[in-house]
Design a protein around this ligand. Structure first.
Ligand SMILES: O=C(O)CCC(=O)C(=O)O
Length: 276
């Protein structure tokens, strides 16, 4: 059963407390199943392999290519609950499609997102939007509860079945028996803290699993290392100007959108797409 969000989109204080205690919060019923099905269908029908041209099987900053995804990242039904945690002024640093085809061995090793992103302070969360259902059988995420209070040491061990661009992996053992499966229905959302350890397994079903992982940051977050990345203002005002701001796409995969997407991804490519 989805935890309800308040009518104005804000989270209830007990939901914020649960996020702070566990490092994650789900399921949140933010979008309808029909909306999720439209996004999934739009991705399935894309006329070009543009979304597959990157070395990783997900697509970063997909909101720069498709107006529908740009609108999703700025939708008050989603940014309202995010604002309850990060504050009213919000940037999107990236938003990545994680597509697991049917019967795919692709998996994600245990990692903390911000561990390898040069960003401070850590007022950053991921909103993972389910475009299809996410279940243990099709490789939904797993979270380690309450482990988001410190940076854990990571190693890099790239293997063909690991969807992470550098094969990043937490160097200490995570207790799988205590891991929480992030099962979501289409249109539901899970939030996780930038330091919340998470992983996901293979898709053992005959249907594609699609999630859209939006990286929200409070506007005071700044970059401490790596080539300068750009960001999209999703809500409120940017009083800090730490990032050059991006414009949304004019039309799906338009020449201008494709060019803007390439420009915005250049600094990420320089870091094997592990910058954000
Ligand atoms: O979609 C997945 O299975 C994993 C997503 C993930 O690792 C992330 O959002 O950082």
């Amino acid at each position: 059963m989805s935890a309800p969000t308040l009518p104005d989109g804000a989270l209830a204080p007990e939901q914020v407390a649960a996020y702070e205690r566990d490092g994650f919060l789900f399921p949140l019923r933010v979008f309808t199943a029909a909306e999720a099905a439209r996004w999934a269908a739009e991705i399935a029908a894309l006329p070009t392999p543009e979304l597959r041209r990157h070395p990783a099987p997900w697509v970063q900053k997909a909101y720069l290519l498709l107006p529908s995804l740009d609108a999703l990242t700025r939708d008050p039904r989603l940014t309202g609950p995010v604002a309850s945690i990060l504050g009213e002024d919000l940037l999107v640093l990236s938003a990545d499609l994680f597509i697991k085809p049917p019967a795919s061995r692709k998996r994600i090793t245990w990692h903390q997102d911000v561990n390898y992103w040069g960003l401070e302070p850590l007022r950053i969360l991921t909103a993972w939007v389910a475009f299809t259902e996410a279940t243990p059988e099709n490789g939904c995420m797993r979270y380690a509860a309450g482990a988001h209070r410190e940076r854990l040491r990571h190693i890099e061990h790239k293997t063909a079945d690991n969807m992470l661009s550098k094969g990043q992996e937490i160097a200490v053992e995570i207790d799988e028996a205590r891991a929480v499966a992030v099962a979501l229905a289409p249109g539901e959302v899970a939030f996780h803290h930038g330091l919340a350890p998470h992983a996901s397994g293979p898709n053992l079903t005959d249907r594609t699993r699609i999630g859209f992982a939006i990286r929200y940051a409070a506007t005071q977050v700044r970059q401490t290392s790596g080539p300068a990345i750009t960001a999209r203002l999703a809500r409120g005002t940017d009083r800090f100007g730490h990032f050059a701001l991006e414009e949304g796409p004019d039309a799906p995969l338009s020449p201008a959108a494709l060019a803007a997407h390439r420009r915005a991804l250049d600094p990420h490519a320089a870091y094997s797409y592990s910058t954000v």
